[in-house]
Design a protein around this ligand. Sequence first.
Ligand SMILES: NC(=O)c1ccc[n+]([C@@H]2O[C@H](COP(=O)([O-])OP(=O)(O)OC[C@H]3O[C@@H](n4cnc5c(N)ncnc54)[C@H](OP(=O)(O)O)[C@@H]3O)[C@@H](O)[C@H]2O)c1
Length: 250
Amino acid sequence: MQKLADKTALITGGNSGIGLATAKLFSAHGARIAITGRNPESLQQAQEILGEDALVMQSEAGRLDDIDNAMAAVRERFGRLDVLVANAAVALPTPFAQVTEAQFDDINAINYKGVFFTIQKALPLLSAGASVIVTTSISNQAGAPNFSVYAAGKAALRSLVQSLALELIDRGIRVNAISPGPIDTPGFGRWDIPQEAVQAIREEFVRRSPSKRFGRADEVAQAALFLASTDSSYVVGAEIVVDGGFSLPL
Ligand SMILES: NC(=O)c1ccc[n+]([C@@H]2O[C@H](COP(=O)([O-])OP(=O)(O)OC[C@H]3O[C@@H](n4cnc5c(N)ncnc54)[C@H](OP(=O)(O)O)[C@@H]3O)[C@@H](O)[C@H]2O)c1
């Protein structure tokens, strides 16, 4: 059964990892798809995967004029939005003592400010009954050494989800969060550190995981499908943790 027939969905960061898996699953469930991303090659690949009817946009997540342009393109092509997945983010490991103001501003522009204004600027397009899904991270509560800016930004998003859930429910718009744990995506490990260090981090995550493995992007997409569809019609301001038990206390 198609769960998103006649629905229109915009997924930011839809050309890679969790966002692309979500776009594919939503498309298989009948949704009209719009995505944003940065990398021209993976945007082109996403267009081929999602088909020519998908609206694929190069759009810088932290730039308000780009967000305006993306919303204008969605309005022109589809007229409205029923599902918004605010998912684009970067995660760059840096010891706290070495975080520069420029890094702080860049990461927060993409991960926090970008999500905030993406939802705000989508508001005029969001239909009654729309679902807004924000990709946060289990680090929003647990914190993450060497990812202090990222984790704090994700905590801000978790708070934002609750504020907006309360503020927008009168319009029939449900706002919820998905918090992934370690998920095997192109983004995980695309860091400016030696590959051996990336491998060591991966092995440590697997060792600590109750499930003894990374999650797959499509496993996170299934949670997004639940929140996007009327299956979750009474789920408001919630956080679905998809982490194989990683954040459970030992
Ligand atoms: N993978 C994990 O273990 C994990 C764990 C917890 C939370 N998450 C969250 O899950 C979400 C998806 O991450 P992922 O793991 O799927 O990583 P990914 O494969 O790197 O995907 C990230 C997406 O965000 C886009 N993006 C990043 N910076 C952007 C910018 N400045 N402007 C526009 N688009 C931008 C990327 O586009 P380009 O590729 O074109 O730059 C890409 O499509 C993120 O919110 C991440 O924080 C992931």
